[in-house]
Design a protein around this ligand. Sequence first.
Ligand code: ADP
Length: 228
Amino acid sequence: MILMKDVYKTYDNGVTALNGINVEIAQGEFVYIVGPSGAGKSSFIKLMYREIKPTRGALFINNKDVSEIKEKDVPLLRRNIGVIFQDFRLLPKLSVYENVAFALEVIEEHPRNIRKRVMEVLDLVGLKNKARFFPNELSGGEQQRVSIARAIVNHPKIVIADEPTGNLDPETSWEIMRVFEEINNSGTTIIMATHSKEIVNTIKKRVIAIEDGTIVRDEHRGDYGYES
Ligand code: ADP
């Protein structure tokens, strides 16, 4: 369902971040992307939600070549992909409820469905009782839960997370991982770039290791494999 064929990415400044990536990820898989800083993990992830385009090669998501999608159709692609960042990226002036509802309002979902679905996902991430709070009234872990709720509110088939626990303490990170596992158990593909050796070595999943823009290891139930 995700297929990269000979994907290269060279930025305008001449830096080649991805150097011939070939990979296939099936629907429902849970994949960690690991590797040293500057290896190309973020570039790999950004390609999937068309934050960047490959310089060369093809990237298919559900049989559609993402690099061929017209600019105006990119929002359509993103409706099927939930994205989660290390720094949460919530809208500070909107409440928890509004931050999550926003994603449905832009696709003009019926208001009654919006309320039901928002409360459903807030319940899933354990924040139903904080719907009226604002981001600055929440802990880091809670903010990340809101951003997860926002990412999944549209029922995306794929959730992409770039270092989602990077700003969180270990205990909170485990809680966030439990939420990811629950989402994955319902059939959603999860692709997560991480530097957490503890998480990768404890919650065993497929590990794709990237170094200097190429995949150097791809193992099911793999280890982190680096000192951290
Ligand atoms: P990682 O996420 O593994 O740290 P990145 O994909 O962010 O790796 O970066 C890979 C390489 O591409 C690095 O050398 C980085 O400096 C470079 N790079 C990343 N983004 C840009 C950009 N927008 N413009 C130029 N070079 C970039």
